[in-house]
Write a protein that binds this ligand. Structure first.
Ligand code: ADP
Ligand code: MG
Length: 591
């Protein structure tokens, strides 16, 4: 075929492919336009997963009658005049592509009336071509209706998933925008049924309740409105982090529940996602991920939003500063506010591992724990943070530390029963000791030698994969107290091991550590070290099945009280269960 210039129609369809992949991409662009127009109400409707109809209505500033036609031309925008403006951009859109792209692959009706104009305009386009234009009466704002998406590009239509999947994506998107814009009243209607609505009260917690349900929303901790990081240092950008993160007990199987907004724009950023995950280090079970909605604000010239066709990715000028601001904000919220794991239906006793564990416990202890299986109200869950506002001095103290506990006794050589001002605590002696050792180890790491010299150097033979791991993690291993020398071939000589592992077989200690590194799914040096240390502590901790004297239990509980994160072991399992006095009274029918 000779070289030809594509017709505008074909060119537009091809370009549309970048912006409009599926119904949710249409909804995203239209919602962003509504927000850019300063809308206080955004109503989204979807029929047949969006294949038949998508409608987004807003009460924003509308489009002036003499500009309406231009809105659908490619590269037409009211938001950007020169490339230079990208540095000061405060709108979500800027390329002027979306309406053109959407119109190219569907039948679009746009009704709009601008602020201060008497009459509105209605335009109808098919495959990007204007078929009708009318002056009509309309409320202020804009309604865009997109019908028969991809009717003229059947190849794309084939790639769409089931209506249910497309609905779920839209649901997800609208929910997330509602979280980022709590002052806007959002609603979502699917096949004529309203599935989601927010009040526009401006209170993010209201939105969370609508999105996650009351129980889960109650387990979300606010990221305190921190002052910008380093406000006075002009070598670092002022980064502000807001939002909510789930308590460690509220985890999920993948990272899709971590939502990031940067300057009001929903973005996918694997490194920032990782910053959130890392803040939960040692607080979540392996392979589980937190729920979080994190909103980062920073000056527009610190972010390049023009790196991705659908603007889903951004680039930061100083990524590390943003990363650490996010990580610190999340970590601070967790450390200050995590409540003690309470005995509730959905956080603890519901998960399979805990059902199994509870059964073991009830066998050992002969206790009829099944009676605790019913969900109990959150209000009695020993929730400290509500007593003082986040960040308040008193709040920080009481939230972080455990109350003074009095040891009552031991059950099944595994659990310590203790009493505190707020009721009964059942402490897993192994998990608790792991936590204590972990924090001791982390603290000492800065100052004291961690290594225990071996009286006699031990030799150990490693497999090729073990050798590769050893090579990659040489410094980390030395860092926690292993002194290793290559002896020749696959043989290594150990002169020292981490002090808390002294006493066991040195070779096993090294192999165990290598195994832990291999199982570690998260990259990054700190994590590797932290995992190693957690593992080392696991091995060193008192085991279940070990009888403890009253003094030993008392000492352990005292040490736990002093921990920074006393409520979970370094692997993220709870160290204790709490039954409040009120809960007990309820169980016994006294309330
Ligand atoms: P962009 O958002 O990148 O500017 P779009 O193709 O999405 O490009 O929209 C083109 C223009 O149409 C916008 O710049 C804006 O002026 C106008 N527009 C689109 N949607 C709306 C709306 N809901 N309310 C007011 N103006 C709108
Ligand atoms: Mg736009």
């Amino acid at each position: 075929m000779p070289i030809r210039v594509l017709s505008e129609e074909v060119a537009n369809q091809i370009a549309a492919g970048e912006v409009v992949e599926r119904p949710v991409s249409v909804v995203k662009e239209l919602v962003e336009n509504a927000l850019d127009a300063g809308a206080g109400v955004v109503s989204v409707a979807q029929v047949d997963g969006g294949k038949r109809l998508i409608r987004v209505a807003d009460d924003g500033h509308g489009i002036p009658a003499d500009e309406v036609d231009l809105a659908f031309a490619r590269h037409s925008t009211s938001k950007l005049a020169a490339l230079y403006d990208l540095n000061t951009l405060t709108t979500l859109g800027f390329r002027g592509e979306a309406l053109a792209a959407i119109a190219a692959v569907s039948r679009v009706t746009l009704v709009t009336r601008a602020l201060d104009e008497e009459a509105g305009t209605r335009l109808r386009l098919e495959g990007g071509l204007l078929v009708d234009r009318e002056v009509i009466g309309a409320p202020q704002g804009t309604v865009v209706t997109v019908e028969n998406l991809f009717y003229n590009v059947p190849a794309r239509l084939k790639f769409l998933k089931t209506d249910a999947t497309e609905r779920r994506h839209v649901d997800d998107l609208v929910t997330r925008y509602a979280m980022a814009y709590p002052e806007v009243r959002f609603s979502l209607e699917q096949d004529g049924r309203e599935v989601f609505r927010t009040t526009g009260s401006g209170d993010l917690r209201d939105v969370l309740t609508g999105a996650f349900g009351l129980d889960n929303a109650d387990q979300m901790l606010p990221l305190s409105a921190s002052p910008p990081l380093h406000p006075s240092r002009d070598d670092l950008p002022p980064v502000q982090v807001r939002g909510y993160v789930g308590v460690p007990g509220l985890h999920r199987a993948n990272r899709n529940h971590i939502t990031l907004f940067v300057n009001g724009r929903w973005v996918q950023d694997s490194r920032l996602t990782y910053a959130v995950i890392q803040a939960y280090q040692t607080l979540l079970p392996t392979g589980r991920f937190p729920i979080a909605i994190v909103m980062v604000s920073l000056p527009p010239d610190e972010v390049d939003v023009n790196v991705h066709p659908t603007k889903a990715e951004v680039r930061f000028r100083r990524h590390d500063a943003v990363f650490s601001a996010v990580q610190r904000a999340v970590r601070r919220a967790l450390v200050d506010q995590s409540p003690v794991q309470a005995v509730t239906g959905n956080t603890l006793w519901g998960s399979p591992e805990w059902v199994a564990r509870r059964e073991r416990l009830s066998q050992v202890a002969g206790a009829r724990m099944s009676q605790l299986d019913m969900p109990l109200p959150d209000a009695v869950a020993g929730r400290h943070p509500s007593q003082a506002g986040p960040g308040g001095e008193a709040g920080e103290q009481s939230a972080r530390q455990l109350p003074m506990l009095r040891v009552v006794g031991q059950v099944g050589a595994m659990y310590i029963i203790a009493e505190g001002p707020e009721g009964l605590y059942l402490i897993d002696q192994h998990a608790a000791h792991e936590r204590v050792l972990y924090e001791e180890f982390m603290a000492k790491r800065q100052t004291e030698p961690l290594a225990q010299e071996l009286l006699e150097a031990a030799t150990v033979e490693l497999s090729p994969p073990e050798m590769a791991l050893l090579e990659d993690n040489w410094d980390d291993l030395q860092g926690i107290g292993f002194a290793i020398e290559h002896f020749g071939g696959a043989t290594f000589r150990l002169r020292a091991v981490p002090a808390i592992l002294a006493g066991g077989d040195p070779g096993d200690a090294l192999r165990g550590a290598l195994n832990d590194i291999e199982c570690g799914e998260m990259p990054g040096d700190t994590t590797a070290v932290a995992r190693l240390i957690a593992r080392v502590c696991k091995r060193a901790a008192i085991k279940g099945g070990q009888l403890l004297s009253y003094e030993e239990m008392q000492a352990l509980v005292r040490q736990l009280e002093a921990c920074e994160s006393p409520r979970t072991c370094p692997h993220g399992r709870p160290t204790m269960l709490h039954l409040s006095g009120e809960q007990l009274a309820k169980e016994f029918g006294r309330l």
